[in-house]
Ligand binder design. Structure first.
Ligand SMILES: Nc1ncnc2c1ncn2[C@@H]1O[C@H](COP(=O)(O)OP(=O)(O)OP(=O)(O)O)[C@@H](O)[C@H]1O
Length: 483
């Protein structure tokens, strides 16, 4: 900002500019023979100028003070405070938000101990919706610290937590805005950051330990859906004789041969197609198998709106480590080579795009894909050729043996107060086996899901007495051999 002195200096230094022609009145008045005395008179005698000059001095002073304070506080902050920035591109972002959600809950419980200014009222809800095959859906909510400033106390140290959301740009793949969380605390507590992050990661991992994590597609990213689930024991899914073992052995052999594949330059992937009537245990088995191998499951819904060939390719090439990709009802997706959902929406995933995504880029990355269908006969041969589907396995309706094993699981192996004597239960179990065998000869079959429903609702006696009502006419499906 130019000072008054400078102004006057500019005027003084060029007295010749105040010529008699430009200031005829001044010359005529004869009061100013040179510019110097004119300016002096103007500055000293003009009250408006003096007031303006005073204001300018105050303004300059305040600006300098403000700069000084800013510089001082920045220097002080640099010396005394330490910040940590976590971006939502990083995995620890989710861990941190979950950790914060716990802190917020703990804070609500111990509100009396908290300084009122530290109470956080800025929560935001994160909802995940699971769309099931039968059209139903379920939603899960998680309350997390919303955008804004929050304060938390960790191991005795106060921290400021600022969650900021980018408004001008977003992750084009997932359609979510970029976000950052900035933690600030005193320099002397800087080590607490790594402790906090370790704790946040451990909490996230502990929640998943011994559990099955289901991921769903979110744009082109995979995100865990809901809470990790209790693993289902593999034996609880009762399949036909040797079926479970066949798939398990195949998977084990594949996992043991990574180097074998690498040495021969073969893409390290395996595709499984489980086919059979509804309710025979295809999905349950895949989930139990994933649990027993400590793998996650990535559920891919090809009818999802917004899913196009490029996104599908990206998703299949970037599934989380140690996970099965599960694509259910594959026949519904491409039975006419065009994918149409129930409400008539035509997906932009093309059949050739899907095949392309299945083949993926030839890389050493492990990829295990499970597909299920009730109608293998409708599938295009291109889809089930070796390399895309390496093992096709029929998972069928209940055989006499399967139905008896399931019966025993429900009634004989559980010691319920009103349970019948063992000999009685054994007779009922045998009767069930006979009924299943007899009905099969008449072309009538019962699904394992129907048997499970029957056993859940009834006593052993009632279940056997009424089971005949649940058989339906169904031709057995042809068995498919391993490719
Ligand atoms: N073989 C089985 N052993 C034990 N339970 C079974 C079996 N088959 C089905 N069930 C039970 O029936 C229900 C439905 O099973 P699941 O969804 O796995 O069948 P599915 O074959 O995948 O059916 P769909 O072809 O309709 O997808 C589950 O609750 C499961 O516990």
């Amino acid at each position: 900002m130019p000072s008054a002195a400078a102004n006057s200096a500019a005027v003084n230094s060029s007295p010749t500019t105040i010529s008699s022609s430009s200031l005829p009145e001044a010359t005529t008045l004869g009061s100013v023979n040179d510019g110097h005395s004119f300016v002096n008179a103007f500055v000293q005698d003009n009250p408006y100028f003096q007031a303006g000059f005073g204001l300018m001095v105050v303004g300059v002073g305040l600006t300098a003070l403000r700069h000084g304070i800013t510089l001082g506080s920045t220097a002080l902050r640099r010396r005394m405070l330490v910040t940590l920035e976590i971006n939502n591109k990083d995995r620890s972002y989710e861990w941190f938000l979950t950790w914060m959600a716990r802190q917020t809950a703990a804070q609500a419980r111990a509100q009396k101990r908290w300084a009122p200014w530290a109470r956080s009222h800025q929560l935001s809800v994160e909802t995940t919706v699971e769309q099931r095959k039968n059209g139903s859906s379920s939603a899960l909510f998680k309350l997390v610290a919303g955008p804004g400033t929050h304060y938390v106390q960790y191991k005795g140290a106060w921290m400021q937590v600022k969650r900021e959301r980018e408004t001008k740009s977003m992750n084009m793949m997932s359609g979510t805005p970029w976000e950052t969380v900035t933690l600030m605390t005193l320099s002397r507590d800087r080590n607490l950051f790594s402790e906090l992050l370790t704790e946040a990661r451990d909490i996230a991992m502990r929640g998943q330990e011994g559990k099955l994590v289901i991921h769903t597609a979110w744009g082109t990213e995979w995100r865990p859906f809901g809470q990790p689930r209790q693993k289902r024991p593999l034996q609880s899914v009762v399949l036909g004789s040797g079926v479970s073992q066949t798939i398990e052995n195949d998977l084990k052999a594949f996992l043991d041969r990574r180097q074998w594949y690498a040495d021969r330059g073969i893409p390290y992937r395996r595709g499984y197609l489980l086919h059979g009537p509804p309710g025979s245990g295809k999905t349950s088995f895949i989930q139990a198998l994933a649990g027993s191998f400590s793998y996650d499951i990535c559920v891919l819904n090809l009818s999802e709106r917004g899913l196009a060939d490029d996104k599908l390719f990206h998703l299949l090439s970037n599934a989380p480590e140690r996970s099965f990709v599960l694509i259910e009802d594959i026949d519904a997706a491409f039975n006419r080579r065009v994918q149409t959902s129930e409400d008539g929406y035509q997906s932009s995933v093309t059949f050739s795009g899907f095949l392309n995504a299945l083949d993926g880029v030839a890389s050493g990355e492990e990829r295990i894909i499970f597909m299920t269908t009730n109608h293998p006969e409708k599938l295009d041969p291109a889809l089930i050729r070796p390399g895309r589907v390496d093992l096709m396995q029929l998972i069928d309706d209940a055989t006499p043996e399967q139905s008896q094993i399931l019966f025993d699981r429900f009634y004989r192996e559980t010691d319920t107060p009103n349970s019948l004597p063992a000999s009685e239960l054994q007779k009922l179990s045998k009767r069930l086996g006979d009924v299943v065998k007899h009905e099969a000869q008449l072309g009538r079959r019962i699904s394992m899901a129907a048997l499970q429903g029957l056993f859940i609702r009834n006593s052993a006696k009632d279940a056997i007495a009424s089971c005949q009502n649940f058989f339906i006419d169904r031709q057995p499906e042809l068995k498919h051999d391993k490719h």
